[in-house]
Structures are given as C-alpha cells and as structure tokens.
Design a protein around this ligand. Structure first.
Ligand code: HMG
Length: 445
C-alpha cells in the first residue's frame, strides 16, 4: 500500500510576543508561577497590525512551497482549518490561494479548496481529508496543502486570556512523505458538549474548568477506540506523544491519565506495586465516590514515581517546548507539538527514523482523535529546515499597553488606528478593504 503522510511543515508565528510572567501576571495581580508552573506557559504570540489568519497562513504556505521547490501545478488541494474565520461563505483557502498567485506564475484554478471547522481538531481532520483523497487515487500525482491558522483571542478578562496565541502551520500531505506516515487506524471520542463555542461571535464563550474535564473524557474515549482497532498501546512502542496543547498543564493532566491507562495489567503496574500498590478497579468499590477518591490518591502517587517521570520527560515534555513560548494556536496546536518533539529529538541527536508517534488531537464541542505516525528517513532534513526557533527570538516584545491596543486591533467590533510594531519584509500583509468588504492582501518585497 502507498505510504501517505506529512512530507514537510512550515510554521509562522505572530510577530509580537507578550511575556506572561513579567508583563501579564502583574497586571492581573497573579503570582507569575501560576503561568510558568501551573499553566506551563511563558509567553503568547500575537499578530502585528498587518497580520491575520490569511497572512500567517499564506506566509507559512509560501515558505513551504519555496523550500520544497513547488509550483501551484503541484498542489491539487488547499484546505484551511481555522476557527477564526471572518467570512461565513468564502473560505480562507481562496484568500490564501489569491495571495500565493501574486508571487507565482501559475495558478490554483484546478485545486479543490475548502475550509474545515471543528474547533481545534479541524487541522487533523483536514489532514484526514487529504489522506483519503490521495488513497482514493483522485490526486493525479499532486500533493495537498493543509494550513491550520488561528488568532486565538479571548474576551478581555476571560480566564482563557492567559492561554492566547496566534500563528499558522502549513503542511504538505503527499505520497511517500519525508517526515511521517499516518496510520490507517484511528480512534474517535466525540459527543455533543457545550464547553467552548462561538455562536456567531468572535470571542469564545468558555466554561474553562469543564472544558478541561471534557478534553480528558473525550481523549480517553478516543484512545480506547484507537486500541480497539490498532491493538493495545505499549509504553515502549511510543517515542513521542504530541497532543493538542491549549496550555502545557492540560497535557500534563492528560499524560498522567494516559500513562495509568497504558500500564494497567502490564509488567510496569506489577513493578510499581510494592511502591504504590495496584490501580484501584471500580468493581472493588461499593460507591463511585470511594472509587474516585482511591483513583485520585493512586494518581498522586503515580505522578511521583521515577517510571512516570522518566516517561513524561522523554515522551511528552519535548512536545511542549514550543507551546510554552507561543500559547494556544487552536487548529495548529497539535501540529506545533509534533514539530516541537521532533526538534528536541534532533537537538538531542536521536535517530528517529522508524520511531512511532502517538498523536492526540482535540476540538471543543467536542471531539478527540488518536492515531499513530511513523517517522520517515527524511525527517532530519525536514526538521533542520524549520526556522521557527529563530522566528520566536525575532518577535517584538510588547508591553501591557501595547497588548491592550493589539487586542483592540484584532477585535472585529472595534475600529482603532494603531501603528505597526514591526516592519514587514518578503511577506504577505493585510492591505485594507475592497468594494464588497472583502479583506485585501499584497506581497511586500
Ligand atoms: P484559571 O481558573 O484562571 O486558573 O484558568 P487555575 O486557578 O485553574 O490555575 C491554573 C493552574 O495553575 C492550576 O493547576 C493551579 O493549581 C495552578 P492544576 O491544579 O489545574 O494542575 N496554579 C499555580 N501553580 C504554581 N504556582 C502558583 C499557582 N497558582 C495557580 N502560584 C483555565 C484555567 C484552564 C480554566 C483557563 O485558562 C481557561 O479558561 N482556558 C481556556 C479554556 C481551555 O484552554 N481549556 C482547555 C481544554 S479545552 C481545549 O483544549 C480546546 C480549546 O483549545 C478550544 C478548541 O478546541 O477550539 C480551548
């Protein structure tokens, strides 16, 4: 069977940075460690005045096409995943294709374009669509461009404000990919939930505490569903576990639950028994309350074991590095986590070829998806070429006053005039409004 997966990735971060411990926490009257230790976040990325979901997506896609030496004729599909769209009819992919056509001789007139919506899981769903399109043999030898782009802003004063971020991830999905192949097996955990939604409004209505519980419940369901088709997940088989990362503290919770699930009825549970006992089994308890209490105590002990801490440090922590410095990018977040883990593996000099990733995507509303990926021979060259770390360093650091202004600039209800903080160069920028209220873009040399 032909291998299908991710051939290459490029990441574009919003060009502004707010330090959460030094700038945001004092204004909120919070202990900085609530951010750096509790949520696990150090900074958020924001778009400059001339950036938005189209420019960030187009800039990531342009970089990808240039690096891979592609022309529009090589692309048969452009799918954009976003939950920050500003148009209920015309998809963001058409705006992005229009941008790219400004700099290429050819055009994307024969590429199928669309926009996927299911909160943060839509990026992974767009990859699915591309995978199925290639597997069905409808691609005529061409590749798909999947772009996950979001400006993840919350209303001022919402607890979610601490987890904001903005950026885009462009991915090339193709046959015989250089980076990772995707498993045919997938697991889903999906239910009608009301934890985070935007009923025709820009900023989300969020029940933050509940959203954390829904994430964990749906992810567990998806993992069990995945195991029902792929077989039991073994600790030693998984090298990295990139998960949707609204903030690293969320993944810390999911990882502990996942570890408990994976080690149940295995030698690892037996080996840990003298230290922390066996996992409580529901059937052994006379009430749900007693069972929940016992599980909580077991998890507290499990968290402190060397076995868990070592697994977490090797398998999960490397995937969180980038998220700590950019915040939540919604649809792009799990794809940032994959790159983060592979960058750390590259820096550590590991040979990842043939290694397996267990990938957990999640979108509020709610749906989790779990699948696995196998790292391909070309991974080193692909990861080496991604210059996101330099771009993070190049961001312009904003003060709290600047933050208040930039939040207003990107608030669709407000019309404010704010000077650009950075100077655009070799990139697409927002260029005002057209006669039908469409947003216009141009390439700045
Ligand atoms: P909060 O209520 O302000 O924070 O907001 P908190 O009081 O729960 O504190 C956060 C953590 O910091 C806690 O850790 C505290 O203990 C700790 P935990 O106990 O949970 O492990 N903490 C400290 N640690 C060290 N030193 C200190 C200190 N103080 C506190 N001094 C909340 C938290 C998540 C509710 C908020 O950020 C929020 O509403 N976020 C938005 C919703 C969200 O991100 N949900 C995640 C799951 S849903 C999801 O992922 C989907 C999403 O991406 C959208 C989509 O799919 O489209 C959001």
């Amino acid at each position: 069977m032909t291998k299908v997966g991710i051939d290459a990735v490029e990441i574009h971060t919003g060009k502004l940075k707010m330090d959460l411990a030094e700038v945001f926490a004092p204004e909120m009257g919070d202990d900085p460690e609530k951010y750096t230790k509790g949520l696990g976040l150090h900074a958020s990325s924001f778009p400059d005045v001339y950036e938005d979901i189209v420019t960030m997506g187009a800039n990531a896609a342009y970089k990808l096409m240039e690096r891979k030496g592609l022309t529009p004729e090589d692309i048969g599909r452009i799918d954009v995943a976003t939950e920050s769209a500003f148009d209920n009819s015309k998809p963001v992919s058409t705006y992005i294709a229009g941008c790219l056509e400004q700099v290429y001789d050819g055009d994307f007139h024969h590429a199928n374009k669309g926009e996927r919506k299911f909160a943060c899981v839509a990026g992974t769903q767009s990859i699915d669509d591309a995978y199925n399109w290639i597997r069905a043999g409808r691609h005529r030898g061409r590749a798909a461009l999947v772009i996950a782009t979001d400006t993840a802003l919350y209303a001022r004063g919402d607890p979610g404000e601490a987890t904001q971020g903005a950026g885009a991830v462009a991915m090339l999905i193709s046959e015989d990919p250089s980076l990772v192949t995707l498993s045919t097996e997938q697991g889903f955990g999906s239910a009608d939930e009301t934890d985070f939604l935007k009923p025709n409004q820009q900023f989300p209505s969020v029940d933050g505490k509940r959203s954390v519980q829904v994430y964990l419940a749906r992810m567990r369901e998806a993992l069990e569903d995945y195991e029902s088709v792929a077989g039991k997940v073994e600790l030693d088989d998984v090298n990295l576990a990139p998960f949707h990362t609204p903030f690293p503290g969320m993944v810390r919770k999911a990882a502990l639950l996942g570890f408990r699930h994976i080690i149940r009825d295995t030698d690892v549970e037996d080996e840990l028994e003298p230290e922390i006992g066996r996992q409580p089994r529901e059937a052994e308890f006379d009430s749900e309350e007693n069972y929940t209490e016992a599980i909580r105590a077991y998890m507290d002990d499990l968290k402190r074991t060397d076995a868990y801490q070592e697994w977490y440090a090797n398998t999960v922590d490397p995937t969180l590095y980038l998220a700590r410095h950019v915040g939540n990018w919604y649809t792009g977040s799990v794809h940032v986590a994959r790159v983060s883990g592979l960058i750390k593996a590259y820096e550590a000099g590991e040979d990842m070829t043939g290694e397996q990733l267990l990938v957990g995507s999640y979108g509020s509303g709610a749906q989790a998806e779990v699948h696995s990926e196998i790292v391909q021979e070309g991974w080193k060259e692909e990861i080496e070429a991604i210059d996101i770390l330099d771009h993070l360093d190049d961001r312009y650091e904003i003060s709290f006053d600047d933050y208040e202004h930039i939040h207003d600039v990107h608030n669709h209800e407000k019309d404010v005039d704010v000077e650009e903080f950075t100077v655009p160069q070799s990139e697409f920028v927002f260029d005002g409004w057209g006669r039908m209220d469409e947003r216009k873009y141009r390439f700045v040399e």
